[in-house]
Design a protein around this ligand. Sequence first.
Ligand SMILES: *Cc1c(COP(=O)(O)O)cnc(C)c1O
Length: 349
Amino acid sequence: MGVLIRPELRIDEARFRANIDAVRSRVAPSSLMLVVKDDAYGHGVRWAAETATGSGVEWIGAYDVPTALTLRETVPPETRLFAWVTSADDEIAGAVLAGVDLGVGSPDYLRRVIAQTERLGARSRIHLKIDTGLHRNGFSREEWTDGVETALRAQQAGTVDLVGVWSHLAEASDAEDDEANARFLSAVSVARGLGAGSLRTHLTASAASWSRSELRGDLVRIGAFCYGIRSADGPDFPGVAPIASLVASVVRLEEAEAVVAIGALDGLPSTLSGRVVVGTPGGVRLLRTVGLDHVRVEAWPDARIGDEVVLFGPGARGEVSATTLAEAVDTVGEEILTRLGPRVRRRHV
Ligand SMILES: *Cc1c(COP(=O)(O)O)cnc(C)c1O
């Protein structure tokens, strides 16, 4: 194996499939929507969507319309793509023509989706979002009845199909999530009372989907756990493990340190210096400093130029995950992965 001149994110496809299986069996009978925002949390969006749909996942949470359109040709035609970012009219039109499910979180956005769909003479699929307490996006309780009625009128006119009701949890405390769930269920029942037919309901992301079965709708939107990223300071979950290792090569040996080339890797916070260990051929060693294009690691006996160092991931002997690094600098595992720049080669093995 040659010396890596650039760091490599080595991604274990079998492990990813195993995580997906573990998550799916945990949340059954709810269905999994795999969330692939931020380039599938740094793992590669096309690969993630292809692999997941190959394993039988029927829903992909694409986040925005451009991502959904990128994936339309990649995934099987029956795969449902869900895009929930409020989008400009031309993007709405693209989504409608491609059969992308739209998350709709405001009266204005609902009007625009209906207008674009009418203009195209098409039919769109929408999931209305009720605000259950996060106040980021979503119909307020006061706006809800009107929103549902507007959607159902458009449905009768043949313009939209109201196929779902959804919201997002703060996951700050169980009590708050219970309250949010009560608001959610009441919004669902208002929609059913007004005549909404078969609705998909979805509220929970990784942590609540895993641990709080009573909050699951018939869909769950999960990113982190499928990629094996556990919650910061949270427990490990059986059957779920990290899928990616960040690997780089030793390019120089200086006294008691191995210098490892990481290129212009803007992803590794310099505050990690002196706080974490990394995997080396000689076992785990202290990461002494993080520089602009290299890191310095405490040397091991017989260290050689070309040796591979695992900065995090299952390849690192001694449980160094992206979340472990994240905890050392008070952030979350997603942050470490999604900040890895495009120069880091993704290799799916
Ligand atoms: C990111 C996101 C998710 C997935 O969250 P994880 O904690 O990574 O599982 C679900 N729903 C929405 C709306 C999100 O933005």
